[in-house]
Design a protein around this ligand. Sequence first.
Ligand SMILES: Nc1ncnc2c1ncn2[C@@H]1O[C@H](COP(=O)(O)OP(=O)(O)OP(=O)(O)O)[C@@H](O)[C@H]1O
Ligand SMILES: [Mg+2]
Length: 401
Amino acid sequence: MEGCFPCLGGAKKKKRPPEKPQIPPASAAAAEKPKLGPSSSVTKQDSLEVNKDIILSNGSDHHQIAAQTFTFRDLAVATRNFRPDCLLGEGGFGRVYKGYLDCVNQNKVVAIKQLDRNGLQGNREFLVEVLMLSLLHHPNLVSLIGYCADGEQRLLVYEYMPLGSLEDHLHDPSLDKVRLDWNTRMKIAAGTAKGLEYLHDKASPPVIYRDLKCSNILLGEGYHPKLSDFGLAKLGPVGDKTHVSTRVMGTYGYCAPEYAMTGQLTLKSDIYSFGVVLLEIITGRRAIDSTRPAGEQNLVAWARPLFKDRRKFPLMADPALEGQYPPRGLYQALAVAAMCVQEQPSMRPLIGDVVTALTYLASQTYDLEAHGNLRLVAPGMPPRTRNRSLGHGVADQRGSG
Ligand SMILES: Nc1ncnc2c1ncn2[C@@H]1O[C@H](COP(=O)(O)OP(=O)(O)OP(=O)(O)O)[C@@H](O)[C@H]1O
Ligand SMILES: [Mg+2]
């Protein structure tokens, strides 16, 4: 994690319009109380703000809470006692290991996150993550297989995402990975937007994700993106409320300016973070990069003046693309990013409109084999094999999310 920062003060925001179907109170109540051990200490402030007005629905008729419980021993066996060579990565809340669950003679591969045992904060994240991922199911959200709350131990068991995080692919040159080509980038952007659309428009009340960033976008086979890490997620405003007030949490560089200043959270805060991610996808630059010259360290601050001059758009494309992108697609993708990172939250688009724009862009497959000649391949045409020598070796990534 690049850095969580604590809260500041207050202001006003936009309203959620539609009413959505809700699940019966009994299901919500059951979900509200994942089994925590006796040591768990979730304060009123830390507890989920679920009350009789706020009953989380996943927008479908099926609300099963599928997460299994595991003992600490089960997960120690699965990770060969948390062996360092099983370590997949480490974030602000703990380490993530690759594990193998011996589910009836089937070795199921999973990712196991062991939360640091450093008090309240971790416990709260744990509870929110279990609740959110038990109720919310979508092809662009990572699945929670189960959890362990054994004594002081808090572990989460997720589906394993074989291609790691978007951050690894965009920003970790030490990894021996092929650079993402334009088509794959648009596919990832569209799929990510669909995951967010589900949280904003299908869940009821809407869920504000609050921690959208490249390290939380995990990639499955075919670079299929899924949002992970719901520990900071918040149930959005209901009724006449326009925002939820909360401590400012999130990651520096992705956090909407009005939320950082006032602590008042709206769906538009997520749209801002999405705009930053989209900019990273297009430019290959990090949200914050202290190794760059002053004036280029903050991605949004660097991009804003460039947005005003269309002739500067090619300067914003990731040099790793080596010019292999459709100029019109670049223009349109940058236009979406520019709208999302607007200072004024009310000027930012709704996620549904972002999904429409990016789904279109992802469907306009750019033909890398045409060696720089712009050719758009219509969706539905048969798969082609990409030329690996171009260094964009993702074979046929057509369609999105
Ligand atoms: N389900 C998963 N499948 C495969 N790899 C995973 C999975 N979950 C996490 N990882 C790997 O573990 C790394 C650390 O994840 P983690 O969520 O703990 O930290 P982070 O996202 O980098 O930071 P933060 O703590 O702010 O979320 C990820 O970057 C990713 O490489
Ligand atoms: Mg994460």
